[in-house]
Design a protein around this ligand. Structure first.
Ligand code: AGP
Length: 608
């Protein structure tokens, strides 16, 4: 997620902006920039790479002025280049905009602006905002911004300055966070609290649709109807470290709770008004997609588990055979792929060595490769034919959480797209699935509000040495991911198996000291799963069942039940994962483990 800082007051804006952006570095970024109103000029300085590059540029050519905006960019549209870095300016060079979010209708806005004579210089969605403001500006900057944001579809948090309004910053937001630190004779606009704590603990929280006029003397907030409203104030008690974690104890917990937003942002704009799934990144014609006779998914770890979910979806809906292979095996297995194979490489970092090697192997054999990644400009994006981005924002915790559920969201879109183009399901069925899919973020929010049963399980099983995770159908990759999470952050041994496979050996592991976690959400094999639960309980196992709200019968079979709201069977993968992420997190915390940096692990395995 990008970082925004804006300042108006008596200090040197460059000091406040650079300091504030440094406080937001933890959010991850690939370029940075500032725009400062200095005397008669609007100075814009942007650099690719780390904030130090921007600092050096400003140290070499200092920019004096006390009003300005700054930005650290986490690229979503357009590569990490200086031209794509924020702030973006309009044709006159008098208006500068910084933005966090995704403008879904930016392509049509770009066309409209170009048609009306605007010269756009970047690949970004953000630049359209600067030119829209230019078009509406008639002296009142707040008014111009209000008109401009009404044209935007998608999410935005923006800071806008205009050379002709040298003492003002306009701040506006919708579906992206933006706050205003209220100081004495100075005010700081920011994406997040860490950037303002040095100056104040009094914060204005902006709401969706708000437009704020920020000067050194104060903040005036108008709602989306243009009426001046009393700003909602918040006093911040957090210290800096707590603020970087949004008040959560760990980045991992914060990222677990960011999943509704990560899923929502990944699904955003993926269904067109015409009922067609939007996946232009696939860069394949309908004929080419129809000609796909096999899909091969390569990935590692958690991303591999997302691939196993995708297999169930693509085979179940599109009826295309899917193979899923861990990248380290795929790359040496002389894989059978050709120009009618679609290879999907899933990698949140985009830098995993084995997956990159798999991509190269596949392309050498003529396969079309599509990457699913969370990092714009990562290596995998440069070595694939097409890229679908998850919009989970930077994931700081080493253990993948929000990037996993965002990957699944992207894979649901891919599976539906393949299904739609191949005509394997009627349109009304596809639209019904989509309607259910866009409810998933709300379902995840409901799961995140019911923590007590999960914490109770963690307290009960924090000292076990081994555990078994079982599932059937789409519950199998969920069980696999639950086992991996527990292993990698609590260091408890955990194995995942297809529940029906347990009798073929793993059942020998069962004792009262080996808790069994079972994904038992409603589905066509639910009764079989219950039978498997009875088999392990007959051998003394204690069972934790992830079950569907309303299923109280399961309580006869399990010591603990973690309920998730009902949804279509094929869509349960996302909600059913969340309790298992939290179970692993709480157990690890009770065991005193470092959940953000588990021993022996790296966030990206860039070597074989
Ligand atoms: C997941 O929690 C682990 N950190 C690890 O298995 C990870 O999923 C794997 O290394 C793949 O990483 P990637 O998605 O960046 O390729």
């Amino acid at each position: 997620m990008c970082g925004i800082v804006g300042y108006v007051g008596p200090r040197q804006a460059s000091d406040v902006l650079l300091g504030g952006l440094a406080r937001l570095e933890y959010r991850g970024y690939d370029s940075a920039g500032v725009a400062i109103i200095a005397d008669e000029d609007l100075s814009v300085v942007r650099r690719v790479g780390k904030l130090a590059n921007l600092k050096d540029a400003i140290a070499e050519s200092p920019v004096s002025g006390s009003v300005g905006v700054g930005h650290t960019r986490w690229a979503t549209h357009g590569r990490p280049t200086e031209d794509n870095a924020h702030p973006h300016v309009d044709c006159t060079g008098k208006i500068a905009v910084v933005h966090n979010g995704i403008i879904e209708n930016y392509a049509e806005l770009r066309e409209e602006l170009a048609r009306t004579g605007h010269i756009l210089r970047s690949e970004t969605d953000t630049e359209t905002i600067a030119h829209l403001v230019e078009g509406y500006f008639d002296g009142d900057l707040a008014d111009a911004v209000s008109h401009a944001v009404k044209r935007l579809e998608g999410s935005y948090a923006i800071g806008v300055v205009h050379l002709d309004n040298p003492d003002t910053i306009i701040a506006a937001r919708k579906d992206s966070p933006l706050i205003i630190g209220v100081g004495r004779g100075e005010n700081v606009v920011a994406s997040d609290i860490p950037a303002v704590l040095e100056y104040t603990r009094e914060v204005v929280v902006l709401h969706d649709g708000d437009v704020a006029v920020v000067t050194a003397d104060g903040v005036v907030v108008r709602d989306e109807l243009g009426a001046v409203v009393e700003p909602e104030m918040m006093h911040v008690e957090w210290d800096l470290e707590a603020a970087e974690k949004g008040g959560y104890e760990d980045f991992m917990l914060k990222e677990i709770f960011e999943q509704p937003t990560a899923i929502r942002e990944t699904l955003r704009g993926r269904m067109g008004q015409d009922g067609q799934l939007q996946l232009s990144e696939l860069d394949m014609t309908a004929e080419e997609i129809s000609a796909i006779d096999r899909v091969f998914i390569v990935a590692c770890g958690t991303s591999y588990h997302a691939g196993v979910v995708a297999k169930a979806l693509i085979e179940g809906w599109a009826r295309i055979p899917v193979e899923v292979e861990v990248s380290s095996e795929f790359r040496y297995a002389d894989p059978i792929v050709d120009d009618e194979t679609l290879v999907v490489a899933i990698t949140q970092s985009g830098e995993t060595a084995d997956t990159l090697a798999g991509v190269r192997e596949a392309r050498e054999r003529g396969a079309k490769v599509m990457a699913i990644t969370n990092v714009v400009g990562s290596r995998v994006t440069r070595e694939s034919d097409g890229v679908v981005y998850t919009h989970a924002g930077p994931e700081i915790g080493v253990a993948a959480t929000k990037t996993f559920t965002a990957q699944m969201a992207a894979l649901y879109v891919l599976a539906l797209k393949l299904t739609q183009v191949k005509g394997m399901l009627p349109q009304e069925r596809i639209e019904a699935i989509w309607e259910e899919l866009v409810r998933i973020p709300d379902i995840v929010e409901a799961v995140l509000e019911d923590l007590e049963p999960i914490e109770h399980c963690a307290q009960t099983y924090k000292d076990v040495c081994s555990s078994l995770f079982l599932g059937r159908g789409i519950g199998v990759p969920v069980a696999m991911e639950g086992a991996l999470k527990l292993k990698e952050i609590s260091y408890i041994h955990a194995e995942a198996y297809a529940a029906g496979e347990m009798k073929h050996g793993p059942i020998a592991l069962i004792t009262e000291d080996v808790p069994v976690v079972v994904v038992a959400t409603q589905g066509h094999t639910y009764e079989k799963v219950v039978s498997n639960i009875q088999e392990v309980r007959a051998r003394g196992a204690q069972v934790i069942a992830v079950a569907t709200h309303g299923d109280d019968d399961i309580r006869r079979h399990a010591e603990h039940v973690l309920h998730v709201p009902a949804t279509a069977e094929m869509l349960t993968a996302i909600p059913a994962t969340v309790p298992l992420q939290l179970l692993a997190y709480y157990i690890a915390k009770l065991r005193g483990c470092n959940v953000d940096q588990p021993r022996n692990l790296a966030k990206s395995v860039t070597v074989e």
